[in-house]
Write a protein that binds this ligand. Structure first.
Ligand code: NAD
Length: 426
């Protein structure tokens, strides 16, 4: 189905911005495609002695504003078009928060649930051996993403430094604290979501303490978004997750409000909530995608792409006022139009979840100085960047009466075009 091809969606969204900005055909074409793309194989000796060959990718969409930046995903259903779309999204994301970086993304087709730690380490090292000449602190800087974590980043860093014969902490971000990582990186994306949501509520004259939310996913982003939202006085009534044991999705609901800390304590490192422990504590276990149907003020998709589609958008309760897109690409263009028509305030993904890359940028800055900030300092700088970026989008969208997503595109595409023009590329 063409509509659900994430790269086609990303191109379509760009096309709309290009038309609005009246970009010339060459500049527009340059932005529709990645500047560079790498496809490679990674042979691994498995624990049982057999050799298994995995497929790896790295896509560098645009680096006019600085070194490319983007995560590495481990996913059994990874596709090159998903990686291309997410690489482009990184270009717009770094531009919308105005940090001096470009956009890239990478991945390996694999399911880490089925791999031992040793096999995962070999996969990380193998990925770096195939791409080390084309990444680096001044070229392209990877980071954790879906199903990758700080341990994976350290294995990659170690392989890179072994091959290069030196210390290059800035080659990769999302490192553990004490090993070149930044305080607050784990929380940064989720907290960033809530900083933008807090500002959106202010502009809509809604009091955060009187609002409720339903979240899709309970991984890294969702857990910290839930934590800060509850800390601000909001109520999260439901969170959903993929259950690998039962091979299905469950929504965990507690109408008086979930306890994020308790749910975190019974969630594994892949973001799967323990069903038995949750139901014992009085959480309702609902089947399927019930998170989207909840009678709440705010929906926070924080799992995977293409969740709010023309088929599911009608399930959104009339009470919902805000969609805070914590995940990348959760809404299809057709559903987006319905949301605009229903006057649901959308905080678009590449603005809403830019806290992670902003903190990664802070990590690189700290690596360069070899001097590290405390958590308060990191969160206060993060809040400043996210709040400014939110208001620049919100103000322009109101002035021009256009959707927030288009506005965010207009701001970021223009910044990238300006950089390309100054460099004499277009
Ligand atoms: P994660 O792997 O830690 O968690 C993903 C969560 O989604 C898990 O709880 C999983 O069970 C759940 N899930 C998977 N499929 C589902 C489904 N069909 N229905 C309901 N739940 C489902 O991932 P994460 O790091 O939290 O990332 C979540 C999203 O945020 C992704 O789209 C990612 O690209 C995006 N994102 C992450 C970061 C970051 O810093 N981690 C930064 C920017 C954007």
């Amino acid at each position: 189905m063409a509509e659900l091809n994430p790269f086609k969606i990303a191109q379509k969204e760009l096309d709309e911005a290009a038309e609005y900005l009246k970009l010339d055909a060459g500049t527009h074409e340059m932005l529709r495609w990645p500047m560079r793309e790498f496809h490679f194989t990674i042979p691994i000796k498995m624990d049982n002695g057999s050799i298994k060959v995995f497929k790896g990718f790295r896509v560098q969409h645009n680096d006019a504003r600085g070194p490319a930046k983007g995560g590495i995903r481990f996913h059994p259903k990874e596709t090159i078009d998903t990686i291309r779309a997410l690489a482009a999204l990184m270009t717009w994301k770094t531009a919308v928060v105005d940090i001096p970086l470009g956009g890239s993304k990478g991945g390996i087709i694999c399911d880490p649930h089925e791999l031992s730690d040793r096999e995962q380490e070999q996969l990380c090292r193998g990925w770096v051996r195939q791409i080390f000449k084309n990444i680096g602190p001044v070229q392209d800087v990877p980071a954790p993403d879906v199903m990758t974590n700080p341990q994976h980043m350290i294995w990659m860093l170690d392989e890179y430094e072994t091959l290069m014969g030196g210390k290059y902490p800035g080659v990769i971000t999302g490192k553990p604290v004490g090993m070149g990582g930044s305080n607050g990186r784990t929380e940064a994306t989720g907290y960033g979501v809530i900083f933008t949501l807090r500002e959106a509520l202010k502009t809509l004259d809604m009091e955060i303490k009187k609002t409720s939310a339903s979240i899709q996913g309970f991984g890294n982003v969702a857990q910290y978004a839930a934590e800060l939202f509850v800390k601000y006085g909001g109520k999260v009534v439901a969170a959903s997750c993929w259950d690998d044991k039962d091979k299905t999705v469950y929504t965990y609901r507690r109408l008086k409000g979930i306890d994020p800390e308790f749910l975190q304590s019974i969630t594994d490192k892949y973001g799967t909530i323990n069903k038995d422990k949750a139901s014992k504590e009085g959480y309702e276990v609902l089947g399927g995608d019930k998170w989207i149907e909840q009678e709440v003020d705010i929906l926070i998709p924080a799992a995977i792409e293409n969740q709010i589609t023309k088929e599911t958008v009608g399930k959104i309760h009339p009470k919902v006022k805000i969609l805070a897109e914590a995940a990348n690409g959760p809404t299809t263009p057709e559903a987006d139009k319905v949301l605009f028509g229903r006057e649901i305030y959308v905080i678009p993904d590449f603005l809403c979840n830019a806290g992670g890359v902003t903190c990664s940028y802070f990590e690189q800055v700290q690596n360069n100085m070899n001097y590290y900030w405390n958590r308060e300092e990191v969160f206060s700088k993060l809040d400043h960047v996210m709040t400014n970026a939110f208001h620049s989008v919100d103000k322009k969208a109101r002035e021009e009466s256009i959707p927030n997503r288009l506005t965010a595109y207009l701001l970021s595409v223009q910044r990238v075009v300006d950089a390309m023009k100054l460099r004499g590329w277009v």
